[in-house]
Write a protein that binds this ligand. Structure first.
Ligand SMILES: Nc1nc2c(c(=O)[nH]1)N[C@H]1C(S)=C(S)[C@@H](COP(=O)(O)O)O[C@H]1N2
Ligand SMILES: [Mo]
Length: 422
């Protein structure tokens, strides 16, 4: 799909009044677009920042708004989010257990009654009127199970600062803003056909039932929602009601969330309550102001809304880990790409001069990660920098540096992983 062209067309249509801003006042959206240069203006510092959270804190937890326990051996708290720790993750487990899965909340986890839940489907892209579906209706439809990653677009963001000396706002994730799970549910395509989607539909807008999102300057941006192009909606998106064989838990979108394989995590809207199917392009702040690339190396108006994730790798080892002298040390980790299955992973233990092929422990598949291992025999004590570099089957590989963007998304460069031996 030619996303950039598609997006330009959407923007033109919106400006011509043919597309709607879906709950965002036109005035507010114009101001945001001007502030971020979407309208060709200057990139001012006035862009609303995604910081403030609405909703009440969950009692007692280290992260306000998250319901499940977040033991420090498994998680690092980050604002309203919880990052998964790679160094304590068991190398032999493929999927991330629900209780260890990272959480990214714009506001706070709502606890919804599954029996009362309904999904409202409506819009100009349907050849029928509004329809509604309860959880039983979804469970009665053919089910489909996928192994798929959910990864935040900002995963790896902290390395813009630590490795490239570039300061970016937002959650300073290391590499644990990611998880893979087995998701079971109804193909969005099946539901859309049942709701009688028409040929002229261009976007679907899933809307979350979590509290409305309020920026640091007090602007109410409404419920978390982000338009999904109909092509992806009809391709492999899933309305998931189970995660790793159990009903979804509150923090991960119960009773039903969207799973959009290969795409940035924000596409996978949790706690979905309604779905507009539109014959006109739709907008929300999550595809205009947030989740695009802005910066000196990008078009003045920013790129098209982010879609596919880049290639990344992580060691199952703490940054700065201490390893005893002698070995061998079995280094383990995982690599993934939103575009294709992993083809090859290379390891360097000398700061990036020499590279050696890692052993792939899984048959690489698209939409999830591939585990790898590498036996290392460091002969002298001291400080080393480990590196892992993956290449996917489309030939995408991890570069030495990531191109800067204002919000610090898509950090795909090779990460220098310091360890001390001896
Ligand atoms: N309704 C709603 N959906 C949401 C979000 C949110 O805050 N509200 N966060 C998104 C983001 S940015 C990410 S990375 C993923 C995180 O999913 P998880 O918390 O299950 O790991 O959910 C996405 N879906
Ligand atoms: Mo995210």
């Amino acid at each position: 799909m030619h996303e950039f062209e598609y997006d330009r067309r959407r923007r033109r249509q919106w400006l011509a009044g043919q597309a709607r801003a879906e709950g965002v006042e036109r005035r507010t959206l114009l101001r945001m677009m001007a502030a971020t240069g979407v309208l060709g203006g200057t990139a001012a510092a006035a862009a609303p920042r995604a910081m403030a959270a609405a909703g009440s804190p969950a009692a007692g937890g280290p992260v306000p708004g998250i319901v499940k326990p977040l033991p420090p051996e498994w998680f690092v708290p980050r604002g309203t989010n919880a990052e998964m720790r790679w160094d304590t993750f068991p190398a032999d487990e493929f999927q991330v257990p629900v209780e260890r899965f990272f959480v990214r909340n714009h506001t706070s986890t709502p606890v919804l009654d599954p029996a009362a839940w309904r999904l409202r489907v409506f819009g100009s892209g349907l050849r029928a009127g509004e329809s509604g579906y309860g959880l039983d209706d979804l469970r009665a439809m053919p089910s489909h199970t996928v192994s798929a990653i959910v990864e935040c677009a900002g995963n790896g963001r902290s390395f813009y600062a630590s490795q490239q000396h570039q300061s970016v706002p937002g959650t300073p994730w290391q590499l644990g803003g990611i998880g893979s799970a087995r998701w079971r549910g109804v193909r969005l395509a099946d539901l859309l056909r049942r709701a009688r989607v028409g040929r002229h539909a261009v976007d679907v807008m899933p809307v979350g039932l979590d509290p409305e999102y309020v920026t640091a300057d007090g602007t109410v941006l409404g419920h978390v929602r982000r338009p999904l192009p109909i092509a992806k909606a009809l391709d492999d998106a899933l309305l998931a009601y189970e995660m790793n064989g159990e009903p979804l838990t509150p923090d991960h979108g119960a009773p039903v969330r969207l799973i959009v394989p290969g795409w940035v995590g924000i596409a996978s809207i949790k706690w979905i309550g309604s779905l507009e199917v539109s014959a006109e392009p739709l907008y929300s702040p999550w595809n205009t102001d947030f989740y695009r690339l802005f910066g000196p190396d990008y078009p003045a108006g920013g790129t098209a809304p982010l879609a596919t994730q880049v290639v990344k790798s992580a060691f199952e080892l703490a940054l700065g880990a201490q390893l005893p002298l002698g070995g061998p040390h079995r280094l383990t980790g995982r690599s993934w790409s939103g575009a294709a299955a992993i083809r090859e992973v290379e390891i360097s233990t000398d700061g990036g001069t020499q590279w050696h092929r890692a052993h792939l422990r899984d048959h690489p598949k698209a939409d999830t990660w591939t585990r790898w291992s590498f036996d290392w025999h460091p002969e002298t004590p001291g400080r080393y920098e480990l590196r892992a570099r993956a290449t996917d089957r489309q030939g995408n590989t991890q570069p030495v540096t990531a191109v800067f963007n204002r919000e610090g998304y898509l950090f795909g460069a090779v990460v220098a992983h310091p360890v001390t031996v001896g």
